[in-house]
Design a binder for this molecule. Sequence first.
Ligand SMILES: [Zn+2]
Length: 251
Amino acid sequence: MSGARRCFALAVCAAALTACATTPSAPKSPKAGGPCDWSYSNQAAWPTICPQYAACGNGSRQSPINVTGALARSLPALEFAYGPRQVTVVDTGHDIQVQLPAGGSTSLTVGGRTYQLAQFHFHEPSEHTVNGQGAAMEVHFVHADQGGELTVVGVLMRPGAHNAAIQSILDALRTQQPTFLDPASLLPADRSYEGYAGSLTTPPCTEGVRWHVLHGSIELSGLQIANFKTYYSGNARRIQDPNGRVILTKE
Ligand SMILES: [Zn+2]
């Protein structure tokens, strides 16, 4: 990926990442209602809405995928350096997103490479499936390193117990007030994962994104799922062709 293309990906991630400031010519993130806006109800049109979205149609490493047939490898562990942070919860027009302050110290290290957590957001239902099985929802933790390379951690969310961290996000969304939250409270105990090379799951569908779909999942209550659905229901991209990609598993 070129620097500008990397930055485009960052811009789409919506959180203000300082790396983007170095390439002012990078395209802006599409705005809801703008000429390059898109919808989940017409995904087939994504490649033709804007020239920048061509990868949504002609890319060969698109996300999400059905995670299956993974090969066991000695992959690096995911080292999360999360902690309590003041966060802002926003409705982006396509999802509910929790944004962290730029330049923060909330990071993920994989194989000696450190990525800052920029934002995390929610899909209903899940985007990834595992052996053909989806989940009620999925949260994506979007990280970027100083060069603009993106790595995303996906966690499936299943109906179950009330989730206090999720409630604080829903409350902050309703009240439009910042809140303190440790993103680690949304991570399962089992952080082994399936890893593959993919893309953003929203336009411009930029490739070069490292995906880690955790084996563990988290729970939230049926009422909380219903609350998310009052904002977005069906904000999930359909499963993409793996095109022979190798999926690796970290036990
Ligand atoms: Zn996502």
